[in-house]
Write a protein that binds this ligand. Sequence first.
Ligand code: SAM
Length: 249
Amino acid sequence: MRNRKKKNGANRLINLSSLLIFSDNVSSLSESARFCDVSSLRLEIGCGKGDFITELARREPDFGYIAVERVPDVALIAVEKYAGSRNLGKLGDHGEWITPDGNVLKGEKMDIPPESAGNVRFFIGRAEDFLQAAPAGSFEGVYLNFSDPWPKKGYASRRLTHPSYLKQYASILNNNGKLHFKTDNDGLFEFSLDSLDSEGWKVEFMTKDLHSDQTYEKIRAENVMTEYERKFLQQGVPIKFLCATPPLD
Ligand SMILES: C[S@@+](CC[C@H](N)C(=O)[O-])C[C@H]1O[C@@H](n2cnc3c(N)ncnc32)[C@H](O)[C@@H]1O
């Protein structure tokens, strides 16, 4: 994702750092996330600018959500978008954060009590680092939306549906856990189906045209749109979608 360097990016992240999870705290996720009243956890990898996680968390507030994004300036947009959606303040013209009671923050951490922080936390870093540290069986859903396709053969191991990633998802998902995957990319979709098959996952549901397939009215109605999805839809590119469960132990 192309993104111009954000002015005051580091300070802006500090302002909202109560909404972040740091590497040292991933292994004790449920304590460090300080969620109030969530039944179980969901994970989005590569959240981009945060449209999906912000909207899903609003629609299904009983879950706690962790959004992972490796590019800090992209994650910053997602964090600020989410904070705005929770009425935690707004971004000023010069990169300052203006709290609901009018305080102006320029790199000072805003104290956000868990009941106001809501049900999303952000991890800024690589998926691989998060997955290695995340507690086994701790998630009921993993969401991959428009993951980078890495089309060159030599880069197949970087694809987020490569068998090495699927093994890690299988480990962090609980007994009812599911992987949800959407992409515009035919090659990545076929690769993902092959990977799932080779790793013994069960594809519960799939479509190669989520937005036109009349059979899947209900799934379409529940669909939460991402930034990339909106762009590809406008271009008339069919969106591929699947939902799969890991092999039983
Ligand atoms: C093509 S964008 C899609 C963004 C968003 N999910 C959407 O659908 O609009 C992929 C995003 O995943 C992030 N990403 C790719 N590989 C990642 C990894 N290994 N760990 C964390 N983030 C990753 C990229 O930085 C980028 O923001």
